[in-house]
Design a protein around this ligand. Structure first.
Ligand code: F6R
Length: 263
């Protein structure tokens, strides 16, 4: 696990975008796992800038989003479909047929979830999975208690998650109570994971995920078992890390290595 501590949100976003862009240059038909929420917004803006100013090419990229609220149609302004098109897809050259986002408005969610899993497999699995983290330590909407081997399915959101996400809705009551999310087993099969975290409200979850026991209570802790994980946390999110000094030192030492791990 690589823990990269950066100054602030802006630096986290730029660093993350650069890493993803490097992967895309190496493999133009990269299969990207994408997240929504506030955390990846800066990275998405940076993708758009890189696409417009530097010709970063998304034409062969395939993307799978982590989750979607149940009960919201894809044109609902608070749906993750809407979010992804508004914040990223409408501004880059990704092909619509290469975009996959769970559907929250299907008649039979179970059949849909099975289809989504099969589709991920058919496309070769995620090369790089982008993740944010919830205050309760969730990745995707894998709330505490999620099976560590879970697959794409419906999850009931915790009160904490509903409160946190109420900022996007007019009233807290409007926040859907369920979501379809890739499972922890699904996420673990990504060849590489990149988790981003910014702000003091993520500090506890980040400390427990990186330095606590692997447990279904903090589902991001499962990443400790993954062979290729990078976590980029800003100073505020990293403030509780006990081994913070070592992570910073290790990063400096890694820069001196001949093989740059990032490119
Ligand atoms: C969203 C997702 C969630 C968020 C997490 C953090 O697709 O999978 O796990 O990454 O809830 O949300 P923000 O970034 O809004 O703090």
């Amino acid at each position: 696990m690589r823990v990269i501590i950066v100054k602030d949100y802006q630096e986290m976003s730029k660093r993350a975008a650069k890493i993803v862009a490097n992967r895309m240059k190496r493999k133009p038909d990269l299969v990207l796992g994408l997240a929504t929420g506030s955390t990846p917004l800066g990275m998405y803006s940076e993708f758009i800038r890189m696409h417009k100013e530097e010709g970063l090419d998304f034409s062969q990229v395939r993307s799978f989003n982590l989750d979607e609220y149940c009960g919201l149609s894809s044109d609902h302004p608070q749906s993750y479909h809407y979010f992804m098109y508004d914040k990223l897809f409408n501004h880059i050259n990704i092909r619509p047929e290469n975009i996959y986002i769970p559907r929250g408005d299907v008649e039979n969610a179970h059949i849909f979830c099975e289809w989504y899993e099969k589709k991920i497999k058919k496309e070769g699995g995620m090369d790089l999975q982008i993740l944010g983290i919830g205050r309760d330590g969730h990745i995707g909407f894998n709330e505490p208690g999620s099976s560590l081997g879970s697959r794409t399915r419906i999850k009931t959101l915790t009160k904490e998650t509903i409160e946190d996400n109420a900022r996007f809705f007019k009233k807290k009551e409007e926040v859907p109570r369920y979501a379809i999310t890739m499972g922890l087993g699904t996420i673990s099969e990504a060849k590489e994971c990149l988790l981003l975290a910014s702000g003091t409200n993520k500090a506890e979850a980040i400390q427990k995920s990186i330095e606590g026991p692997v447990s279904a209570e903090i589902t991001a802790s499962l990443l400790q078992l993954h062979p290729r994980v990078m976590i980029i946390a800003d100073e505020e999110a990293a403030q509780n890390l006990r081994q913070k000094d070592y992570y910073q030192y290790a990063e400096k030492m890694a820069e001196k290595l001949e093989v740059n791990q990032e490119s």
